[in-house]
Design a protein around this ligand. Structure first.
Ligand SMILES: Cc1cc2nc3c(=O)[nH]c(=O)nc-3n(C[C@H](O)[C@H](O)[C@H](O)COP(=O)(O)OP(=O)(O)OC[C@H]3O[C@@H](n4cnc5c(N)ncnc54)[C@H](O)[C@@H]3O)c2cc1C
Length: 549
């Protein structure tokens, strides 16, 4: 079965009739990784997502596949080692959405890391992650650092360290995992919310799911269930009637986006915030630079579905950026877009949010619901391995199933059949030569989103003689191959345009909405709801700007 939203009915029919080995709740990176791992190990797997795939935290991170240098300061050596090593695996499996990039760590007077501790920290960081010799950190003098990044504040600069990290696109990574799972027989449905779990002899045996487009509820039968609902993990546990033991702490992390013309950085920079003990990133991407993040406890009475940046978040980040890059003199007016994500952390009494461990944990209720929470984007494959191992353990007692080992380390994600970064660069050149009528930069953008599947989009676009042919072909592809159902799915999760190219959307988003809505055959009620949802985000991401007089 293809991953087309035009086949939704067949998908739902499949969900109603099969008896699955595993049902996964939540279509973020954790759920997507679990679905792929389980499908590769031969399990009959279904995944339901209440909104769109990656609409939770997994489209709102800093988008780095990294070991987490700062966790070294907290002496989380095991965590740094595991996620550090995972970087290389995720890169090998999806080089089109995981791009190696040098990160600059400026060393400043009274900074959180001195010259020697930076040098030692980066040395350990590289070793823990098994970084190849030629990629290992390089310490730089003050003048070398200025040459590398002339915008850095000079009066406090002592030098810098240059080390390897990987920039990714979190939502694309989710979709490429999901597509790879579907290719192996998984049934993954967005806009399908778990309402309650059903039980047989006190053990979970399925769930009541509600279709968000028709309102219809139906039962999905499953021998095991994994709750991978991120910030909603406790809600699902509550629905199951068993919120026992540890629970989640949600903290908000905000990023702001400014034009690269206002902050023309040469490299990604990881720098000290002058007002507290934290560090944040400034990361160039295409025409923009994004800066973040914050880390504040998210109040329980606020909407978990739509976290937004507020004036306080924006001011904090601007202040930090202007301290390190004073010549840029960024103001609220420069902010083109923002995003805010919620970290599903496992609560630790008395700890500051920045100090709470990012380790993942598995909780199992008496009714055998497996919940997995915490963790990082980078470590999703290992998290999936642990969760699916647990499902196998349960299946052993249910139907005598033999354990099958995890092999996702060697599984190429959808679109990722390219040999490393140089393979991606070569493929871009190949397509640019094949399709001379399209702008070279548009082709490059497509490859960094869809990998080898970019060819299919370009081929379809070539056959249409209109000004918008590339956009139309991309929308068709996303509807037919990536389950796009609404304008938000397309402009936020599949293409990231709301975050990285918001100014271009003002005169386009309504046309995009109408095209998708018509092609998917939505009723007027659903279509209007979807437009309202998009506008909530389109205006919401910069709503705080209206507070300046
Ligand atoms: C600001 C910020 C920056 C970060 N930066 C990084 C980084 O650079 N690198 C890194 O490695 N990690 C980073 N992280 C961590 C990383 O983003 C998260 O660990 C990861 O995205 C969590 O994914 P998840 O799948 O567990 O949760 P989510 O992505 O939130 O997915 C859970 C899904 O479950 C769905 N769901 C909820 N309830 C139901 C229900 N009843 N029925 C069906 N579906 C349901 C939700 O709609 C949601 O889509 C960052 C996090 C934040 C907040």
């Amino acid at each position: 079965m293809s991953f087309s939203s035009l086949q939704r009915k067949a998908y739902i029919q499949n969900l109603k009739t099969e008896n699955f080995d595993l049902l996964v709740i939540g279509g973020g990176i954790t759920g997507a990784g679990i679905a792929l791992d389980a499908a590769v190990r031969g399990l009959k797997v279904a995944l339901v997502e209440k909104n769109d795939f990656a609409s939770g935290t997994s489209s709102r991170s800093t988008k780095l596949i990294h070991g987490g240098l700062r966790y070294l300061k907290q002496l989380e050596v095991k965590l740094v080692r595991e996620v550090g090593k995972e970087r290389a695996t995720v890169y090998n499996n999806a080089p089109h959405v995981v791009i190696p990039e040098k990160m600059l760590l400026p060393i400043v007077k009274k900074g959180s890391l001195g010259k020697y501790s930076s040098s030692l920290g980066l040395y350990v960081y590289d070793r823990l992650a098994d970084v190849e010799k030629k990629e290992r950190r390089k310490m730089m003098s003050r003048s070398e650092t200025i040459k590398k990044e002339p915008l850095l504040r000079r009066d406090i600069l002592l030098g810098g360290g240059l080390y390897i990290e990987y920039r990714s696109d979190d939502a694309r990574l989710v979709i490429e995992n999901m597509k790879a799972a579907v290719e192996r027989g998984a049934t993954c449905l967005n806009y399908a919310q778990l309402k309650e779990c059903t039980r047989t002899d006190g053990k979970v045996s399925g769930a009541i799911i509600q279709d968000g487009l028709t309102g219809e509820s139906f039962e999905v039968k499953a021998k095991t269930i994994i709750n991978a609902a991120g910030p909603w993990v406790d809600d699902v546990r509550k629905k199951e009637g068993s919120l026992q033991g540890k629970h989640l702490l949600l903290t908000k992390g905000v990023h702001i986006v400014v034009s690269k013309s206002r902050l023309p950085l040469n490299a990604s920079v990881y720098f000290d915030v002058s007002t507290d003990n934290r560090m944040i990133f400034a990361i160039p991407r295409g025409k923009v630079v994004y800066i973040g993040t914050t880390d504040t406890v998210y109040p329980k009475d606020q909407d978990v579905n739509f976290p937004f940046a507020d004036m306080e978040d924006a001011t904090y980040i601007l202040k930090a950026a202007n301290f390190m890059f004073p010549e840029a003199n960024l103001t609220i007016e420069d902010i083109e877009s923002t995003w805010a994500g919620l970290r599903p952390l496992i609560y630790e009494e008395g700890k500051d949010p920045s100090e709470v461990s990012r380790k993942d944990e598995i909780f199992i209720t008496d009714s055998k619901l497996i919940s997995i929470a915490g963790g990082k984007l980078t470590g999703y494959r290992k998290m999936a391995e642990r969760a699916v191992d647990e499902a196998f353990e349960q299946l052993k007692h249910i139907d005598g199933r033999k354990h099958v080992k995890c092999t996702t380390k060697k599984v190429t994600l959808s679109g990722g059949d390219l040999k490393g970064h140089s393979g991606v660069v070569q493929f871009v050149k190949y397509l640019q030569a094949q399709y001379p009528d399209f702008a070279p930069e548009s082709i490059e953008e497509l490859v960094y989103k869809y990998g080898t599947s970019a060819d299919e989009i370009l081929d379809a676009a070539k056959k249409v003689d209109t000004e918008d042919n590339l956009l139309l072909a991309e929308m068709d592809y996303c509807i037919e191959e990536e389950s796009v159902v609404s304008v938000s799915d397309f402009l936020i999760r599949r293409t990231g345009r709301l975050f990285f190219d918001r100014p271009s959307l003002a005169d386009k988003y309504k046309m995009i909405h109408e095209y998708i809505s018509e092609k998917c055959g939505h009723t007027k009620e659903i279509s209007d709801q979807q437009l309202a949802m998009f506008e909530k985000e389109y205006f919401g991401v910069v709503a705080f700007k209206s507070l300046i007089k």
